[in-house]
Design a protein around this ligand. Sequence first.
Ligand SMILES: *[C@@H]1O[C@H](CO)[C@@H](O)[C@H](O)[C@H]1NC(C)=O
Ligand SMILES: *[C@@H]1O[C@H](CO)[C@@H](O)[C@H](O)[C@H]1NC(C)=O
Ligand SMILES: *[C@@H]1O[C@H](CO)[C@@H](O)[C@H](O)[C@H]1NC(C)=O
Ligand SMILES: *[C@@H]1O[C@H](CO)[C@@H](O)[C@H](O)[C@H]1NC(C)=O
Length: 466
Amino acid sequence: MAITTGSHILVFPYPAQGHMLALLDLTHELATRGLVITILVTPKNVLSLTTLLSAHPKTITTLVLPLPSHPAIPSGVENTKDLPGDGFKAMMVALGDLYNPVLDWFHNNPNPPVAIVSDMFLGWTYHLASQLDIRHYTFSVTGAFSLSVIFSLWRYQPKRRDQENENEMILLPKIPNSPEYPWWKLSIIYRSYVQGDPASEFLKDGLCNNMASWGIIVNSFTELEQVYVDHLKEEVGHDRVFAVGPILPAGNKTTERGGSSLSNNVLSWLDTCEENTVVYICFGSQAVLTNELMEVIAMGLEKSHVRFIWAVKEPTVGHVAKKYSKIPDGFEDRVAGRGLVLRGWAPQVAILGHASVGVFLTHCGWNSIMEGVEAEVIMLTWPMTADQHMNATVLHELQLGIKFSAGMEIIPDPDELAKLFNKSVSQETQVERKRAKEFSTAAKEAIGENGSSRKELDRLVANLSY
Ligand SMILES: *[C@@H]1O[C@H](CO)[C@@H](O)[C@H](O)[C@H]1NC(C)=O
Ligand SMILES: *[C@@H]1O[C@H](CO)[C@@H](O)[C@H](O)[C@H]1NC(C)=O
Ligand SMILES: *[C@@H]1O[C@H](CO)[C@@H](O)[C@H](O)[C@H]1NC(C)=O
Ligand SMILES: *[C@@H]1O[C@H](CO)[C@@H](O)[C@H](O)[C@H]1NC(C)=O
């Protein structure tokens, strides 16, 4: 295929840890294939581009614009990880005010971008692209099934009959396998939508725009989600849905993502453990657990006697610090030698990639799922916020994951958790282990030479190079 490279595109990530990492890793792939890229970020997020910019000094530049103020965003905060749970909506709204500054920048640029690739939470950029008469591409941080659910909600707007019933089942009959979920498991943006409310209408408009984009880029691969990729193509009425995943960090896995490196004692401790005997526990960059749930997990770990690494996120703005993230007193001493607690950011890809780590208790964020699939671990699913349940569904359907719990409200039994931990590292999970191996192989093949995702990426680059 003859590819005209050198086209200039604007990449606009949404400032939440998981969203940024994936789109920036994709940006690296695009730059490697010859595209010239401007990345739009707010001042405090420039730092997270350091590695990427130094890898592509000639082809990637930044457009730094201040974050427009918003009453729900304290000054100085420019990433949702520093905001309370639903702060991501305020961030979506605030960023919408960049419309005119970006438009001005386009008008003053002698070689303006021919396309905008923006995160799915920045759907308003579709109008900007239309006004500029250039192409708009949506980047979906989530997989094809999850995206199908989001599209289905906004397009068909299923309602509850009983406004009080959080458990009422909502059917999504257009999606293959006709999934259904209780109301409370649906996306919070959808559930909290109020007709006529300006913020609600803005968010709705943005999410609906994604369906009208010229192209949709999904962090998944066809071997994992073929039927849902096909479904998306049907829904949008064209085949410019590009499944390019798993999108993983390029280069050295022990030093990637988030900046810090895996401390040597973690690695050398893992080296002393047997293959597939260690459970890794992490609820992602956003969820902060209540002390009650912390206790359940700690007790489960103690009672199980499994080896583990537990990454604990510290409370942030909006949390009453002493009610969250507390490791029970004496826990670390009692489990010394067989378990480690890591506070703050954990080098997840490196940990998952270690042969000793065989099980991953996860909140089912899509990046975590992609990393888990690639790393060939069994996943114990505990989706935390409303919209991670759809991600968990995919794992259950594929027998890659074992359901454990859902949400912050349910307090599971620590004995059940201990049993599951024990089971997960035992012979009883041979089916899941076999599936994990199959899909890990498929993931590596997909992104390898001649692989499906590699071809999709080439198709995307060709499409962007016009
Ligand atoms: C990756 O980085 C680690 C830590 O800096 C280093 O020990 C290791 O040799 C590196 N591996 C490769 C393949 O460069
Ligand atoms: C888990 O297995 C260990 C032995 O490996 C055992 O001592 C412990 O009681 C088991 N826990 C549960 C809850 O089954
Ligand atoms: C899947 O998880 C990601 C977080 O990684 C989230 O942004 C997305 O909304 C989830 N999918 C769905 C359908 O909710
Ligand atoms: C990829 O395809 C080319 C051309 O068909 C072939 O020569 C090459 O061996 C293939 N590579 C792999 C890894 O399969």
